[in-house]
Design a binder for this molecule. Structure first.
Ligand code: AMP
Ligand code: MN
Ligand code: MN
Ligand code: MN
Length: 286
């Protein structure tokens, strides 16, 4: 079965509209798709409409930014009820949090010698999306400060650089509660991408287990086979479900495509199995 449980549209920092993303997935023969934009539900309605018309199973999701021991983590909420008032209020508040953070990012970039219109440029690129660092990366490229997104992160926006501004993100426990209250599953995204040692990752997984996190991504682009093996072993020891996704943002990045990530067994430890049960229930098949 072809599926993808982690993808972005231009409702956050992806390039394709939600509808165009679903069309691309349908063209590739992907049957189960989740949209997981950063801290927003704004793309879900359009994505669902296209998924229904193209005959795909659609999973409404979001990628929640949170802070754990001063470290930024990403937790996916999958199978969310977008109408849930607490979830809506939380997402609504985050638009303001991101806007305030964008002002701070701009302030710091300007102090570094970047031109004063950088915020307006980034806002223009973000359009209706809530503003993310990749919008600043594009603005920096457009203004000729750097020649690539990688350079923008290496010099200005990445971990420890001036533009790496932490906002008042929630802690993982609260994020997981918010996801659960909205009927969703909570999934730790891309655990090997936080520059953590495995010792620290085990500490994180132990805490996430206490907070009833449901699953951990164990397959996504950019992992090496040794990491993947060690991760899967650790995740199974803590008895989490596993999940997988491409983290697709843009067709420009040749190393990611919808549905493309290392193969994972679809057994009863895979979150996909639980999600399929929900589809069948909705269709009145069980
Ligand atoms: P934000 O949520 O505003 O902090 O933006 C985070 C997003 O920036 C991530 O979801 C990635 O899409 C992107 N990103 C983070 N680090 C890098 C990097 N080193 N190079 C390119 N994109 C990055
Ligand atoms: Mn992103
Ligand atoms: Mn992420
Ligand atoms: Mn992502």
């Amino acid at each position: 079965m072809l599926y993808d449980l982690h993808m972005h549209s231009n409702a956050s920092d992806g390039v394709l509209s939600p509808g165009a993303l679903i069309d691309l997935c349908a063209d590739k023969g992907i049957q189960v798709v989740a949209l997981t934009d950063h801290d927003t539900l704004a793309g879900l309605a359009e994505a669902r409409r296209n998924a229904v018309s193209r005959g795909l199973e659609f999973i409404p999701g979001a990628e929640f930014t949170c802070l754990w021991r001063r470290q930024v983590l990403h937790i996916l909420g999958l199978n969310l009820d977008e109408q849930n008032p607490d979830l809506q209020a939380y997402m609504h508040a985050l638009v303001a949090v991101r806007e305030k953070r964008a002002e701070k990012i701009a302030e710091r970039l300007i102090k570094k010698g970047v031109s004063a219109d950088i915020l307006d440029q980034a806002r223009g690129i973000a359009g209706d999306a809530s503003i993310c660092r990749p919008h600043f990366a594009k603005a920096l490229i457009k203004s000729g400060y750097v020649s690539s997104a990688k350079a923008a992160f290496d010099v200005y926006l990445g971990q420890g650089k001036v533009g790496d501004v932490k906002a008042d993100w929630l802690d993982p426990e609260s994020v997981i509660k918010t996801i659960h209250q909205a009927g969703g599953y909570a999934v730790l995204a891309h655990p090997t991408k936080y520059n953590m040692t495995f010792t620290r990752l085990r500490l994180l997984l132990a805490e996430l287990k206490d907070w009833n996190c449901d699953a951990v991504e164990t397959s996504y682009p950019g992992m090496n086979p040794d990491q993947a093996r060690e991760l899967l072993k650790t995740v199974k020891k803590f008895d989490f479900l596993v999940s997988a996704g491409s983290d697709f943002h843009s067709p420009e990045f040749s190393w990611t495509a919808p549905g493309r990530f290392p193969n994972v067994d679809i057994d009863d430890r895979h979150l996909l199995t639980k999600l399929i049960v929900h589809f069948n229930e909705e269709a009145g098949l069980s």
